[in-house]
Design a protein around this ligand. Structure first.
Ligand code: DGL
Length: 256
């Protein structure tokens, strides 16, 4: 039975985890959030690389038991630190990066928009995705940390965040010529109903969740043993005090 470890700065990675769990329901899962440094979108490249190197160290010391695959379910961490952390482990790592390639492929007007964290929207990795896969498109860049905060509130407190999302998107003002909006932060699919309601037919929303689940299944598919019983999800946070006590989540503390 494969053990998959999913990482994000907060609960954004659960939007990817859900897709992976439906593709591989029998696998064991550990979810880790580095909420002590949330939001990652405002951290430096160096800080994120160090945090992820510490995480890989912990994984290599078998702190979480044997891990078969690591999913960095965070666009900010993946675009800043994937290449860096791959040096430190043999365990396969799947990163989540903005869905620029599929967005460019489906755009009819050849104008796409990326909504991500401040770090992701400006970094070199994202630029390289644009030059590799969206040469024929105009690409408009937008960022928000407020949407990350609202996604956390919706997830933990079940809060109705529609008003906050509308206010934030009204101030972001995505160019209405763009026909595809990339949700380039894993927190944003948690708000996809609110975001879709705001844009109505102006643009199509796209994220990386399904593609990542396919990739994980492709890498691990052969090792799934249907007969085994699934273990409950292990859940760790680097700032346990900031996690509201909610029934159903037994969150453990982690030092990175
Ligand atoms: N969920 C993360 C991402 O995909 C980062 C959110 C944050 O911590 O700023 O980029």
């Amino acid at each position: 039975m494969p053990h998959i470890l999913v990482f994000d700065s907060g609960i954004g990675g659960t939007s990817v985890l859900t897709h992976i769990q439906s593709a591989l329901p029998e696998a064991d899962y550990t979810y880790i959030m580095d909420n002590a440094l949330l939001p990652y979108g405002l951290q430096t490249e160096e800080t994120i690389q160090n945090r992820l190197a510490n995480l890989v160290n912990k994984i290599s010391s078998n702190f979480f038991g044997e891990v078969d695959l690591i999913v960095i379910a965070c666009n900010t961490a993946s675009t800043y630190a994937l290449a860096h952390i791959r040096q430190f482990t043999q365990i396969p790592i799947v990163g989540v990066v903005p869905a620029i390639k599929p967005a460019a492929q489906i755009s009819i007007r050849k104008h796409i928009a990326l909504l991500a964290t401040p770090a992701t929207s400006k970094n070199q990795y994202t630029q390289s995705l644009v030059s590799e896969f969206a040469q024929d498109c105009q690409v408009s860049f937008y960022h928000s940390t407020e949407l990350v905060r609202l996604a956390e509130r919706k997830f933990w407190l079940n809060e109705d965040v529609r008003e906050g999302v509308n206010k934030e998107l009204s101030s972001i003002k995505v160019d209405n010529q763009a026909d595809v909006l990339i949700l380039g932060c894993t927190h944003f699919p948690i708000l996809k109903y609110e975001i879709a309601e705001f844009y109505k037919t102006q643009c199509v929303l796209i994220d990386s969740g399904t593609a990542i689940a396919k990739r994980v299944k492709h890498l691990l598919g052969g090792s799934i043993d249907e007969a085994e019983i699934k273990k409950p999800l292990q859940f760790y946070a680097t700032a346990l005090n900031d996690v509201p006590a909610i029934a159903g989540y037994d969150v453990k503390s982690l030092y990175l």
